[in-house]
Design a protein around this ligand. Structure first.
Ligand SMILES: Cc1cc2nc3c(=O)[nH]c(=O)nc-3n(C[C@H](O)[C@H](O)[C@H](O)COP(=O)(O)OP(=O)(O)OC[C@H]3O[C@@H](n4cnc5c(N)ncnc54)[C@H](O)[C@@H]3O)c2cc1C
Ligand code: FES
Length: 269
């Protein structure tokens, strides 16, 4: 699908969790075409001082209504303003951008691992794999119960959900990667499993280590800081674990990603 710049009407706004807002945008073409991993680049309305667009994953697509949902976590000036958008506002958006999570219908288990706002692409992933008979497991961690963005799709899709919170207020106390490590440790056969991860860098690094140690295939979507969003500024470089034959040592999250095979890239704090 070719990229376009659209003015998208905001049709709903809801608080999804502490400091996270869900925006529903009318975008019929993107609702049809979006797959998990795709993102859009938004101009921050009313902020002429913020020149660079801000990237947001497509969180959910309602193909019959022609809408897409975004989860916007309040991180700084841009996301604070975007989170204040209300029905009736219009957002200037470029999309659809990036690649998406690959799947193989022969998989035995899809293991999604989300840390914090890294939950954003996984509703769409659950929608993408709805027709697959494989087991779907979602590991999702946040600081506290109020920081978790819950979704009706978890039950509808039959996903087995493992929640963790750092303060133990919901689910297991601790980090999501530790819960996953326990889960994987309870079985010796990992054939047909795939891990999909999105979240903070230490979580992605831990997933990489587990996947390599256990021989599990995996993909991550990275949320590097971006500026131009189309490969011009080299501000979103991702380091390759092994240089390519032509000596290339870096890829660009905006142009080559944001989804990468877990073994291909390195994570640095
Ligand atoms: C492909 C992609 C998909 C994304 N999807 C989502 C999403 O679905 N929902 C969502 O809430 N956010 C998402 N992000 C992150 C989001 O784009 C940033 O949080 C946002 O651009 C920050 O802008 P700001 O003006 O609010 O922050 P700034 O004022 O620019 O910065 C405020 C603080 O946030 C930190 N920060 C800024 N950008 C990032 C980043 N990319 N990652 C981590 N810390 C950052 C800065 O270091 C600073 O400490 C995504 C990023 C990428 C690259
Ligand atoms: S954001 Fe400019 S090259 Fe990726």
């Amino acid at each position: 699908m070719s990229k376009s710049v659209l003015q998208l009407p905001v049709i709903e706004r809801a608080e999804a969790a502490r400091q996270v807002v869900r925006l529903t945008l009318q975008a019929p073409e993107w609702a049809r075409a979006a797959r998990a991993g795709h993102f859009i680049n938004l101009l921050v309305p009313g902020r002429r001082d913020l020149l660079w667009r801000r990237p947001f994953s497509v969180h959910r697509a309602d193909r019959s209504r022609g809408t897409i949902d975004l989860l916007v976590a309040r991180m700084g000036r841009g996301s604070e303003s975007l989170a204040e958008c209300a029905p009736g506002d219009h957002l200037d958006a470029i999309g659809l951008l990036g690649n998406c999570f690959p799947f193989d219908p022969g998989l035995h288990e899809i293991i999604m691992v989300a840390g914090g706002i890294g939950i954003a692409p996984f509703d769409l992933l659950l929608q993408d794999v709805q027709g697959f008979s494989c087991k779907k497991s979602l590991f999702y961690g946040a600081r506290s119960a109020g920081d978790l963005c819950r979704s009706t799709l978890w039950a509808e899709s039959g996903a087995e959900v493992h929640l963790t919170t750092e303060d133990g207020s919901t689910g297991s106390r601790g980090l999501v990667q530790d819960e996953l490590r326990r889960y994987l440790g309870s079985s010796a056969n990992h054939a047909g499993r795939v891990i999909y991860g999105c979240g903070p860098t230490p979580m992605l690094a831990a997933l990489r280590e587990m996947a390599l140690a256990l021989g599990i295939k995996g993909y991550v979507t990275v949320e590097n800081r971006m500026a131009c969003g189309f490969g011009a500024c080299v501000g979103c470089a991702v380091e390759l674990a092994e240089a390519r034959r032509d000596g290339q040592k870096y890829l660009l999250a905006c142009k080559d990603g944001p989804v990468f095979p877990i073994e291909e890239i390195l994570f640095h704090d």
